[in-house]
Design a protein around this ligand. Sequence first.
Ligand code: SAM
Ligand code: DTB
Ligand code: SF4
Length: 339
Amino acid sequence: MNTVASIPVSAIRRPEAGVPATRWSVAAVAELFELPFMDLLFQAQQVHRAHFDPNEVQLSTLLSIKTGGCSEDCGYCPQSAQHEGGVEASKLMPLDEVLAAAQAAREQGASRFCMGAAWRSPKERDMEQVAEMVQGVRALGLETCMTLGMLDQQQALQLKDAGLDYYNHNLDSAPDFYGEIISTRTYQDRLDTLRHVRDAGINVCCGGIVGLGETREQRAGLIAQLANLDPYPESVPINNLVAVPGTPLEGTEPIDPFEFVRTIAVARITMPTTMVRLSAGREQMDDALQALCFAAGANSIFYGDRLLTTCNPQAEHDRALFARLGLNGQGARPAARQD
Ligand code: SAM
Ligand code: DTB
Ligand code: SF4
């Protein structure tokens, strides 16, 4: 079990395949959160530099391929049909429109294209169409990611056969807070989907949201869950709640920005070779706060003017920010995981 007085980088390196993951207790993760801010950032930078070029940030572009009308009741989400004034439901986007968006993303400099659908889980009749999307986007030379809700083993294998590189499915919160936010699917349902994705040989993208009204202990609980997945995810999106009008979480008190940076740093320390993605919520952050997130070990962003249904900073603004910080927007990869 890790303690955090001083963690030698060698002790927290990701274990080789087949070796059980280093276990993180919630208490040990909570101790990281308690560190003085500068000590925490310093430790996170050390871990980051041991595994990555600290000036590289990977760029993923999102596209909502099926928007709104979702049967689930996730309290943060504007796409749930259960919330008043949710976004209008649309049908699955035609392949040519998806490919046009992917091409545009590539031209803007994205290395990964992530397609999201507002589904509880894909229906059998949808699978052929989404498989064609994966094949088409891959043929453009982009990495592919999908987030379609829960998958069974067969569906995960179908996506693997189509060439899917990553599947995004978030744990969202600590197990002891989860029930406050979502009632229509269980924490175990999410873990089962993650197992199916892992067993199919698809890279796992799994993270969560902060600022839902959870405690620091519960943020530590989320990070411990992620870090103890065996192996831990290749990609960990950390979303800051976008409190959308009409959702049950409208009006939620925003989290202290330094606490958000702490969450990034703790994710970096506990999952040294993962891509930590500074995800939803950048539109509400200023440039200085985003720079702190990169200093804390974030090395990926969603790039492009929209997330799924909400706004993201303009690509031009991100390019200017990267230039000011001397960051390269590329397909960053850890040395340990280079193909
Ligand atoms: N329907 C699929 C699912 O839930 O797995 C895929 C799309 S869902 C929108 C993907 C993730 O986006 C959620 O798990 C959540 O972490 C994040 N998300 C959704 N709405 C958000 C919001 N308002 N603020 C921050 N993150 C959000
Ligand atoms: C993730 O963790 N964040 C992205 C992506 N995975 C699919 C989605 C953020 C959605 C923010 C709210 C919206 O735009 O609808
Ligand atoms: Fe549906 Fe996903 Fe939104 Fe939950 S987060 S309501 S499953 S689209």
